[in-house]
Design a protein. Structure first.
Length: 249
């Protein structure tokens, strides 16, 4: 399976805003008490725990063993599983996913698995990176990759679909799309661009020897400063979210 390497402590420190900003997506789920809900790409389980507190029978799945362990530590049931190879059949009333789907390269496989996992009448409520998400970071990462002898395009780990593309994909699988929005969301970075890169740029840095990793990230940071750092030294990332709700008829 596709596994993911994440550091739960670094995620909490540098990206604790991710589940916090996922709150409005949770609300889109509506009533969950007594329902079976899958949290796809649950990470360390912050939002899974909230679903459980709201009375859902939850299950979290994530490709990272460390994130699954962190979620279990919170007291939510979680399993290591590739979202591109979900192994559930008509088991859930809802599938929820925040900030995870764009890490899965084969979107068709993910959404087909979600369709199978839902009971008829079940809903998918998702927020992920959408078209244009972290565009400046992607360009800088690819420029730095070229300078450090890496093929940025080949390493690019994310899929940031447009509303049209994701809507067509969902419809082709058989979903009824109830809502689809692209939401620009400039996002302050609590630990700056370097902290963000430490947490999210692993798919690039892991191909460099350890001693070249910091120079690589500093080069990316320097390229981004004129665009994303203000005069006080605060960083804001150019997040764009794709938020959608779709039902299995
Ligand atoms: C940015 S975190 C979001 C975690 C959580 N949903 C939240 O809101 O905090 C992305 C998560 O997606 C998971 N992920 C990436 N690729 C995956 C895959 N193919 N299958 C399942 N999980 C995956 C990562 O391991 C990581 O925990």
């Amino acid at each position: 399976m596709t596994s993911q390497t994440w550091n739960a402590a670094s995620y909490q420190e540098n990206a604790g805003f991710v589940p916090i900003l996922g709150g409005p997506v949770l609300e889109l789920l509506g009533e969950v008490a007594g329902q079976d809900v899958l949290d796809l790409g649950c990470g360390d389980g912050v939002l899974t725990e909230r679903l459980q507190a709201a009375g859902a029978r939850v299950m979290g799945v994530d490709a990272s063993a460390e994130m699954v362990a962190a979620a279990r530590k919170r007291g939510v049931p979680a399993e290591q599983m590739d979202g591109q190879d979900l192994r559930f059949d008509a088991r859930f009333d809802a599938v929820f996913s925040n900030a995870a789907l764009h890490w899965m390269r084969d979107q068709d496989a993910v959404l087909q698995g979600v369709f199978r996992a839902l009971r008829p009448g079940g809903r998918l409520v998702c927020e992920m990176g959408g078209q244009g998400n972290v565009a400046a970071e992607v360009v800088a990462l690819h420029q730095a990759a070229a300078e450090f002898g890496l093929d940025g395009a080949a390493l690019h780990p994310w899929r940031f679909p447009s509303p049209q593309e994701q809507g067509d994909r969902l419809a082709a699988i058989g979903f009824t799309v109830q809502r689809m929005e692209l939401i620009p969301r400039p996002t302050p970075l609590p630990t700056g661009m370097y902290g963000w890169l430490i947490t999210f740029a692993g798919p690039y840095t892991r191909h460099l020897p350890v001693e070249r990793q910091e120079p690589f990230l500093r080069r990316v940071e320097a390229m981004l400063a004129p665009a994303l750092r203000d005069q006080q030294g605060n960083w804001t990332a150019d997040y764009v979210r794709l938020r959608f709700v779709a039902e299995r008829p």
